[in-house]
Design a protein around this ligand. Structure first.
Ligand SMILES: *Cc1c(COP(=O)(O)O)cnc(C)c1O
Length: 394
């Protein structure tokens, strides 16, 4: 069946995940350009310091992506060939690619159907003599069960490296995400809660780990490149390992710095939108996100619904196409990593190897969720979803 509304709910297409660029970001970036210190410099240092204070972590190290943050966290911990890292298949491919880049093997554990986070009750059976780390992903901004994860890690002597790409604002049992695991990795990609275009951050408590990540992130050099040419005079650097080119630029940090003071305000706005969606979709043939667990803060990065396909005469993709015809953009988070050809072929995964992640992959749909949305935009999304669901309802 072709869905074709006589008139879409809105004239202009609502782009999913479009960043809320304001004059402040434009001014901040322009100022950096005028200063001519556009590479890694004082703004990166200031952004690291503000982020460190926000999370309460001992160290915060800026990099050019969360992928780089994950990669270096594992390298700094000595994870490499022959090692195994336990993670979730319900994530962006970067989580798993970062494991593969170290030479280690990803070992997937299926998700909890309610939270869509790693099912902690299945982690311990996945631990082997080769396991070095657990890499939980705080899916959509909902903190994982960190008590269970840190307990298993302590018992089996494993590292905990968190993918908090969705979870800058999240907290668990009174502790900010970024202060619980051995290392926590954040993303400032265009679509994320705080954006710098490309960008990432690692937080950690261990001084030696922080020093290794810093060295690995800039060619393996022992001194900051930006300090080399400062007015303190020329200083020699030494290369102590074959590092990477993962540093953040001041142009990027300038965007992060202007957004830091608004983090909580933006979360509050996303919460309002979240509640409006929850209220509006109660009677529709889909399930809305589970409420947040007690004594946790959900960072509300993605509002994902699960379509009840038996009650609809359409697929998820047809539902998304219909939303597009209503001029509403949507997203899929995610098609489970084990269903993508590379991992499927390399590890020989059948779809039902991780049945919950496979089921979510077919039914999940993310709706626009951004402080950029006005009340009218939120109404448009609600109308479009309601129209499409009504039309396809059996
Ligand atoms: C966005 C994202 C990443 C990668 O972040 P980059 O900063 O783009 O490298 C990793 N994991 C998850 C869950 C993500 O959503």
């Amino acid at each position: 069946m072709q869905y074709s509304p006589s008139r879409p709910v809105r004239r202009e297409f609502l782009v999913f995940g479009s960043p809320a660029v304001t004059q402040r970001e434009i001014d901040a970036v322009t100022e950096v350009m005028r200063s001519c210190w556009i590479g890694t410099g004082p703004r990166v240092a200031a952004f690291e310091e503000q982020f460190r204070r926000y999370t309460g972590a001992r160290h915060a190290l800026a990099l050019n992506s969360c992928t780089a943050a994950l990669h270096l966290s594992m390298l700094a911990a000595g994870v490499g060939p022959g090692d195994e890292v336990i993670t979730t298949p319900m994530t962006f491919c970067a989580t798993v690619n970062a494991i593969l880049h170290t030479g280690a093997t990803p070992v997937f554990v299926d998700v909890d159907p309610a939270t869509q986070n790693i099912d902690v009750s299945q982690i311990e059976t996945a631990v082997t003599g080769r396991t070095r780390a657990i890499l939980p992903v705080h899916f959509a901004g909902r903190p994982c069960d960190m008590d269970a994860i840190t307990r298993i890690a302590a018992r089996r002597k494993l590292l905990v490296i968190e993918d908090a790409a969705h979870a800058i604002e999240a907290a668990y049992h009174g502790r900010k995400i970024g202060t619980i695991g051995d290392m926590t990795c954040f993303s400032f990609y265009v679509t994320k809660n705080l954006f710098t275009g490309e960008g990432g951050m690692v937080t950690c408590a261990d001084d030696a780990t922080a020093a290794r990540i810093k060295t690995y992130g800039l060619h393996g050099m022992t001194k900051d490149a930006w300090a080399r040419y400062s007015d303190e005079g020329f200083r020699h650097y030494q290369v102590v390992l074959p590092g990477y080119k993962y540093n953040m630029m001041d142009i990027q940090a300038a965007m992060g710095l202007v957004q830091m003071p608004d983090i909580e305000k933006n979360l509050e706005r996303r919460k309002q939108i979240w509640r409006a969606y929850d209220d509006a979709f109660r009677e529709l043939p889909l399930s809305t996100p589970a409420p947040e667990e007690p004594d946790t803060v959900h960072a509300r990065h993605l509002y994902t619904v699960l379509l009840s396909l038996p009650d609809l005469k359409c697929t998820r993709d047809a539902f998304m196409d219909a939303l597009t015809r209503e001029n509403i953009g949507s997203g899929v988070h995610y098609v489970s990593v084990h269903l993508h050809p590379y991992y499927r072929e390399r590890f020989g995964f059948a779809p039902d190897r991780f049945p919950r992640a496979a089921d979510i992959s077919q039914r999940t749909l993310s709706l626009p969720l951004s402080p950029k949305l006005g009340d009218g935009d939120v109404e448009d999304v609600i109308h479009a979803v309601t129209n499409v669901a009504d039309c396809f309802a059996k």
